[in-house]
Every structure is written in structure tokens, then in C-alpha cells.
Design a protein around this ligand. Structure first.
Ligand SMILES: Nc1ncnc2c1ncn2[C@@H]1O[C@H](COP(=O)(O)OP(=O)(O)OP(=O)(O)O)[C@@H](O)[C@H]1O
Ligand SMILES: [Mg+2]
Length: 265
């Protein structure tokens, strides 16, 4: 771990109020979701397939437009309602939300360094972004982040030459390059082996705590979620049915979340 510089303004918080999303009229996928998260550790969202976990994450960063409700993001001492923002205001707020994807979403033909630097594109003028003209400070920060994620010696390698675990580390460095006030990850370990999955979840946890920003992760591996989260949110049928510490999550809760018991042993 390097002594990477962090601005106090990185700290963030998120409060969701009565969030509803329906893709088709009259068929809500998220049915009035409310919770708040601070930058105090990893929050894992668990729940069966199709219950709306990705929809929730995507509403927060506005890859999907919510139908109603509030998504209050606190950054730089100001709170904005992500659900209401448009145009330049939305772009400005979105650059403070780092996103880590299941399939990494790297530009394969670019180097590791170039991929990390793309996390900064939202901060450049259109002209600079088009020319990919990054400041020295950005390049310095990207190097520091590559050290943080353990890939300093891979800076000039092309992304398509990396393993899945290494790609996800690049994905995390790119998200951190945004100086996020909030970090979201949609099944970041689903394509990785168990040991690499643990390392990736630990890295997300560590960075969230270090920066004082909320980290929310959609995850199917309940044991992994239990081991590394400070909080678990269990969803089923578009509702939050559990919200608490990992130690409070009982088999009964898992039964409520996933239904049936056969898989519990
Ligand atoms: N763009 C879309 N248009 C219409 N319906 C959608 C769209 N995206 C998701 N849905 C529907 O919304 C519901 C929730 O999907 P979502 O992907 O959020 O679930 P999930 O909990 O992330 O599932 P998984 O664990 O399999 O990733 C599903 O019924 C899905 O078919
Ligand atoms: Mg999903």
C-alpha cells in the first residue's frame, strides 16, 4: 500500500428513499426501497436472481432512470438527488460514482495505464478528453493507484493480456481514478476463482474504509459477503427484507431472502 494522497472531499454518503423502478407500467421491479449507507465499510446486497439488485445499482448511477423516489448522494459537502439530475449536473455527479463491472468493461486494445486514466475522462474538457490529454498529476495518480491494486509492473501491458483478477484490479483502479464519493460494484467476483474473489472484495473494502466512502457490492456468494461486509442488505421480490450486520443474518433470514431450505446445508 502506498501513501496515496486523498482529498477529504472524497468522503461520501448515500440515502435512498422510497425508490421505485418499473421497466413496464404497473410492474415495479424495485418496490419502494429505502436505506442509507455511510463510508464505514462494505455493504453487500444479496438476493435471488431477478430480484432487482442490478437495477438498484444502475438507478443509483443513473444507467437506469428511476420511476420515483430519491437517491441522495452526499459529496463535497453537498447533497444532490441523483434521481432528479439532468444534463451537465448529472454528468458532474456521475463522475463521483465509481462503478466496477462483472465483466470488467476495459478497453482491450489499450494499456493498463490508459485504461486507468480513462477514469479521469469525466473531469477533462471535451477537447482534452477527445485528445486524451491528461495532466501530469493524473498520470502520477494513475501510477499510485496501480501500486495500490498491485499492478505497478503491468502499466504498459495491453488489457487483453491480463487474467480476470488482474483485469478487475484495473477496473477498480479506474473507478478510484474518479476520486469517487461512492463506489458501486455489480457482481465484481462472479467470473473469478475463490482466492482472487477474496482479494478483490478485500481491496474494495480496504479502499472504501481508507477513503471514507460507501462501497456497495451486489454479490451471490453469501459466505464471502458475510466475511468481508460490515453490513448486508437482503432483497427479495423488489423489497429489502434484511438489513443488518453479517452476524445477524440467520438461516431464517436466508430462507426469507432466497426461499426454500434445501440449499442451506
Ligand atoms: N432493461 C430492462 N428492461 C426490462 N426489464 C428489465 C431490464 N433490466 C432488468 N429487467 C427486469 O428486472 C428484473 C430485475 O432484474 P435485475 O437484473 O435487476 O436482477 P438481479 O437481482 O440483478 O438479478 P441477477 O442476480 O441475475 O443479476 C428482472 O425481472 C429483469 O428481467
Ligand atoms: Mg444482476
Amino acid at each position: 500500500m502506498t501513501g496515496q494522497t486523498l482529498t477529504p472531499s472524497s468522503c461520501g454518503a448515500l440515502r435512498i428513499e422510497q425508490l421505485v423502478k418499473q421497466y413496464r407500467p404497473g410492474q415495479p421491479v424495485l418496490k419502494s426501497i429505502s436505506f442509507a449507507v455511510q463510508g464505514t465499510g462494505l455493504t453487500s446486497i444479496i438476493g435471488p436472481s431477478g430480484t432487482g439488485k442490478s437495477t438498484l445499482i444502475r438507478c443509483i448511477n443513473r444507467l437506469v432512470d428511476p420511476t420515483s423516489g430519491k437517491i441522495m448522494l452526499q459529496a463535497d459537502g453537498q447533497a444532490v438527488d441523483m434521481a432528479q439530475l439532468k444534463g451537465a449536473d448529472l454528468r458532474r455527479a456521475r463522475r463521483r460514482i465509481g462503478m466496477v463491472f462483472q465483466e470488467y468493461n476495459l478497453v482491450e486494445r489499450l494499456t493498463v495505464m490508459e485504461n486507468v486514466l480513462t477514469g479521469r475522462l469525466g473531469y477533462l474538457s471535451a477537447w482534452r478528453a477527445w485528445r486524451r490529454k491528461f495532466d501530469e498529476a493524473d498520470i502520477q495518480q494513475a501510477f499510485e493507484l496501480l501500486q495500490v491494486v498491485g499492478l505497478a509492473t503491468f502499466a504498459s501491458q495491453r488489457a487483453d493480456a491480463l487474467s480476470g483478477g488482474q483485469r478487475q484490479r484495473v477496473g477498480i483502479a479506474r473507478a478510484l481514478m474518479q476520486q469517487p464519493a461512492l463506489l458501486l460494484a455489480d457482481e465484481p467476483t462472479s467470473s473469478l476463482d475463490p482466492k482472487t474473489s477474496v482479494e478483490i472484495i478485500q481491496l474494495l473494502h480496504e479502499q472504501g474504509v481508507r477513503r471514507g466512502i460507501p462501497v456497495m457490492v451486489n454479490i451471490h456468494d453469501v459466505e464471502l459477503a458475510r466475511r468481508y461486509s460490515s453490513r448486508i442488505i437482503g432483497m427479495t421480490g423488489g423489497h429489502v427484507v434484511f438489513d443488518g450486520a453479517p452476524g445477524e443474518l440467520t438461516d431464517e433470514h436466508l430462507n426469507t431472502i432466497y426461499g426454500g431450505r434445501a440449499w442451506l446445508n
